[in-house]
Design a protein around this ligand. Structure first.
Ligand code: MN
Length: 288
């Protein structure tokens, strides 16, 4: 199933080029009392609600995807986890670019030495909301990545079991202002975490470890890669993250970017195409 959130917090099932409005499913969520449970309530209950969502979708008239405003398919992640430079060609590119490189005592650190990082959940937007560039005199770069969404609570999970904790996948943009400040600071600007255009459930996607993907800006190709070329595997990223903190339903892992990162400016249009997921177009504007 492909799940989306659109317009004024409508919930949709995507079939072909159409969205079927299944917002009525929200009536089946348990009432929430303070303090709300950690994580995304719909993702927490997604597995249980899927049959009813499919039934609702069968009855709902098709709305053209193109006419709707797509929000992030996850509304309330407790955290967004990032994996640094996870493709060897990008790692080499980063080493050559002192605005990107992460130095430690004059030495470039490996992913295992750096660890994973966090982006603020408040940075999250959907594709139609777009990216609002801050600090326009500095570089804001795109990083096209496979995003995965955790489906059930995960703590100290093994690599062998890791994929069973995934609710689904989506296209992610890990946007960043380049510079010397802490990475979490530069990657947490409002709108600098894009997830969309929808979430495709893990069973429908199949194997996430051999997906072609590409990003273009204004029609000019910038990044082309395949998820088989990750340095740290998807399984390892989930297991590793869960050794350090509990993963909650709705948590997002942005699994790292390949070579070809580059600058975007207000007025640009980013297009990211992912095999088996779809195509996401994301406009870039100046922040207010
Ligand atoms: Mn990244």
């Amino acid at each position: 199933m492909k799940l989306c959130r659109f317009n004024e917090n409508r919930i949709g099932v995507v079939r072909g080029d159409a969205i079927h409005d299944v917002t009525g499913i929200l009536e089946s969520l348990p009432p929430v009392r303070y303090p709300a449970p950690v994580g995304d309530l719909l993702i927490t209950h997604l597995e249980r609600l899927r049959p009813e969502m499919e039934r609702l979708a069968d009855q709902a008239p098709p709305l053209p995807v193109a006419g709707q405003r797509l929000l992030s398919p996850v509304a309330n992640p407790s955290k967004i986890i990032g994996t640094p430079a996870n493709y060897s060609a990008h790692a080499a590119e980063a080493r050559a670019d002192k605005e990107i490189a992460v130095y430690h005592g004059g030495k470039i650190r490996s992913i295992e030495e750096q660890g994973l990082f966090l982006k603020a959940a408040s940075a999250l937007v959907g594709s139609s909301e777009g990216v609002a560039v801050r600090f326009p005199d500095r570089r804001t770069d795109h990083e096209a990545e496979l995003g995965l969404v955790i489906g059930r609570t995960a703590a100290n999970v093994s690599e062998a079991d890791a994929l069973s904790y995934v609710a689904g996948y989506a296209i992610a943009l890990d946007m960043v202002v380049r510079g010397s400040e802490d990475r979490s600071f530069r990657k947490s600007i409002d709108t600098y975490a894009v997830l969309g255009p929808w979430l495709i459930t893990a069973d429908e996607l199949g194997d996430p470890t051999a997906l072609d993907f590409a990003l273009s800006v204004n029609g000019e190709n910038r990044q082309t890669a395949n998820t088989k070329d990750m340095i740290v595997s998807i399984r390892r990223q989930i297991a590793w993250a869960s050794e350090w903190y509990t993963l909650h339903p709705g948590d997002i892992i942005m699994t790292g970017t390949p070579a070809g990162v580059g600058r975007v400016q207000p007025g640009d249009m980013m297009t990211v195409r992912f095999e088996r997921i779809g195509t996401m177009t994301v406009p870039v504007r100046a922040a207010d």
